[in-house]
Design a protein. Structure first.
Length: 692
């Protein structure tokens, strides 16, 4: 039972390390950790790290999980964590109780050892004279039944503790596996499915938009539009194209809106990813705290084992006393020294007891620290839960609003596209009907156009032909007119000759020389000076060609061509000579001259006065008016010359030399007419030229 006897040397730490390495199969790092004084910050109870290894499928897309299931999972996990913590707490308390019991038993064993030592010392002191046979019985006092009743009990306790620790580890492993399974089944898979659903829905929306765009694309232009640009089909087609382009613009706007919605969706995904990262961080911290707790638990277990081992060592401690006792038996002279050594060992054991107490206090401190850390971790878990709930609420609201916006936009676009397509179809039907009704008119127009085209092509020939015919007709008419003109001219000449003949006959009948008499009114002076003159001239009321003149009681009667009384006007006198002017135009020679004494009224009758002109002015006006009337057909040239015969002298009044004398001679052409050589003739165009 005490064969493996080892001596405690607390001042030699490397020996202790080697001992632990050998007995507990620990590696160097674990031994270094165990040698620490317990003030290290990692001295927490922790679960085995392998049990909580993070599942790789949990990392991506955790934020897009189905939120209620995620929340339920988190709640379940939290409940399990609380359960484990409570279990750990109870187990720690049990271990503390066990440690207290161990401590009590250890103290009891120490007391017993001390009492045994004292008993031995007393026996030694009492049996100093004869100590030969008793020691064999005295060796038994460290009775196993009394000193070692704690040995099997400790082993039993240690075995129980080991069993409990193993059970706990197994439970933790099961819990960890269950948590991983729940995460893989509910969390990430649902999130990925939801994300895939969103992507599929997005693709479907894009295809719907594309289909709407292709269905709203402009129909092919009717060929008739290009064939006849002036017909109304082209205008309809243009209007339809404009409408289609407008719809295309609206479709582009909707596409942009959809892109914005997609962008907002991506932003929400990014926010979800951030929240997921924060969640993962919280889980990592949770795992870290669990790991630390497992480590602390393991450390406590090791400490417990260490205490148990130490207790076992202490249980085996009485052996040196036995050895000393035997030595005392062999060498009675050295009993006192052995007793002193035993006392020293007893002191050392007391010191070890103190050390164990100190160790126990440290363990208690660590336990408190682990409890405090547990509380902090719970607080952190609560904080994370609050953040997660808030993030989940935001995500739900954003997802709902995005979903509503997406549905609304899609519905609006669909309704608009449907109505616009309906309008387009209606317009298309109207255009088709117009096309059907306009086709006969188009055929008629085409026939007319072809006919007109042929006529236009034949027009130059017809024009030439018509021009030729017109020329022939014109020539024929000209010939006819010319012939008629010749005939008219001939007739005119004949008529003129006849008229001339008649005129000559008239002149012959009337006389070539006609004498008229005009009696001027009696002037005021004549009326005052001679009363008898009042009745000297008298007229015949029945014959305007008779003039009676009374002189010295005798009355003489004169027969003339015409007698103008004093009241006769200038117009009446001119009417009597007017026909002579016409004869002049016809080519006859006419001469009108006035004869009478001075003051008898020659100038008045021939020239007139002011606004009452005489024969000259009136004859010239009539002459020019007759010439103007015959102007297109006849060309007349009128010349004026003036001569004065005074004292048998003929003078050229329009000539440059007034003193030049002229002669009256017979015309050499044999016509018997008189003419004045060198007489100035001036061509005139109007009566004003003559007066000038
Ligand atoms: P003559 O030329 O013969 O010498 P005029 O012609 O000078 O005469 O006439 C002399 C005057 O008598 C003028 O004052 C003229 O106005 C006037 N006289 C002449 N004839 C008429 C008449 N028929 N009526 C009115 N007055 C006349
Ligand atoms: Mg005169």
């Amino acid at each position: 039972m005490f064969g493996t006897r080892k001596t405690w040397d607390l001042g030699d730490a490397p020996c202790l390390q080697e001992l632990w390495k050998k007995d507990l199969s620990l590696d160097a790092s674990s031994v270094d950790f165990l040698m620490s004084d317990g003030e290290d910050e990692v001295s927490f109870l922790s679960l085995p790290a392998s049990g909580f290894s993070p599942c790789p499928s949990l990392t991506p897309d955790f934020s897009e999980a189905h939120l209620p299931s995620q929340q339920l999972l988190i709640q379940t996990l939290q409940e399990k964590v609380c359960e484990i913590q409570a279990r750990l707490h109870s187990e720690e308390r049990a271990r503390q109780l066990q440690l207290q019991r161990l401590q009590q038993s250890h103290e009891q064993s120490v007391l017993e050892n001390t009492s045994i030592i004292r008993t031995l010392q007393e026996e030694l002191l009492s049996s100093q004279p004869s100590a030969a046979a008793e020691p064999q019985e005295e060796r038994q006092p460290p009775k196993p039944t009394e000193t070692q009743p704690s040995g099997p009990e400790r082993e039993q306790l240690i075995a129980q503790l080991h069993t409990q620790v193993e059970e706990l580890e197994v439970k933790l492993l099961d819990q960890t596996q269950e948590v991983g399974r729940l995460r893989s089944e509910l969390g990430a898979t649902d999130l990925e499915k939801h994300l895939e659903l969103l992507v599929v829905e997005n693709e479907r929306l894009k295809q719907e938009l594309k289909a709407c765009r292709t269905s709203a694309a402009p129909p092919p232009a009717p060929p008739a539009a290009s064939a006849c640009p002036a017909c109304p089909h082209g205008q309809d087609a243009e209007a339809l194209r404009g409408e289609v382009s407008r719809w295309e613009g609206q479709a582009r706007q909707r596409e942009r809106r959809l892109a914005e919605v997609e962008r907002e969706l991506l932003q929400s995904h990014a926010q979800r990813a951030e929240l997921q990262a924060a969640l993962e961080q919280g889980h990592a911290q949770l795992d870290e705290s669990r790991r630390r707790r497992g480590d602390a638990e393991q450390r406590l277990g090791l400490r417990l084992q260490e205490c148990e081992e130490e207790l076992a060592r202490q249980a085996a401690a009485p052996a040196p006393v036995k050895y000393v006792t035997q030595t005392v038996e062999v060498e009675n002279a050295q009993t006192g020294r052995a007793l002193a050594e035993a006392r020293a060992q007893s002191g050392a054991l007391t010191e070890q007891l103190l050390v164990q107490r100190q160790l126990l206090r440290e363990l208690e401190t660590q336990l408190h620290e682990s409890q405090r850390s547990c509380t902090q971790l719970r607080t952190q878990i609560l904080v994370y839960e609050g953040e997660m709930e808030r993030a989940q609420g935001q995500l739900e609201v954003e997802m709902q609003s995005l979903e509503e916006e997406k549905n609304r936009v899609i519905e609006e676009a669909f309704v608009r596209a449907e109505s616009e397509m309906k309008a387009v179809h209606e317009n298309l039907a109207g255009v088709r009907i117009n096309l059907l009704t306009l086709q006969p008119a188009l055929r008629t127009l085409t026939c007319d156009y072809n006919l007109l085209k042929r006529q236009v092509q034949e027009f130059p020939y017809m024009l030439d032909k018509a021009i030729g015919e017109a020329k022939q007709e014109i020539c024929q008419v000209i010939n006819e007119v010319s012939a008629a003109n010749q005939e008219l001219l001939r007739k005119y000449k004949r008529e003129m000759n006849l008229r001339k003949k008649c005129h000559n006959e008239l002149v012959r009948l009337k006389g070539n020389i006609r004498v008229f008499c005009r009696v001027r009114p009696v002037s005021h002076e004549e009326h005052v000076s001679g009363a008898e003159s009042r009745n000297m001239v008298s007229f015949d009321a029945d014959d305007d060609a008779v003039l009676c003149l009374s002189n010295k009681g005798k009355t003489m009667t004169f027969d003339l061509d015409k007698v103008f009384p004093p009241q006769a006007t200038q117009e009446e006198v001119f009417q009597e000579v007017q026909s002579l002017v016409t004869s002049c135009i016809d080519g006859f020679n006419v001469c009108i001259f006035a004869y009478g004494q001075t003051g008898s009224g020659k100038t008045y009758t021939m020239e007139g006065a002011g606004k009452n002109p005489g024969i000259n002015q009136r004859a010239l006006r009539l002459l020019f008016s007759e010439v103007m009337e015959k102007k297109p057909d006849w060309d007349y040239r009128i010349t004026v010359s003036m001569v004065e015969i005074y004292n048998e002298t003929l003078r050229n009044l329009l000539g440059d030399n007034p003193s030049e004398k002229l002669d009256i001679k017979m015309n050499p052409d044999g016509s018997g007419q008189l003419y004045v050589p060198g007489l100035t003739r001036i061509t005139v165009q109007c009566p004003e030229d003559i007066n000038r």
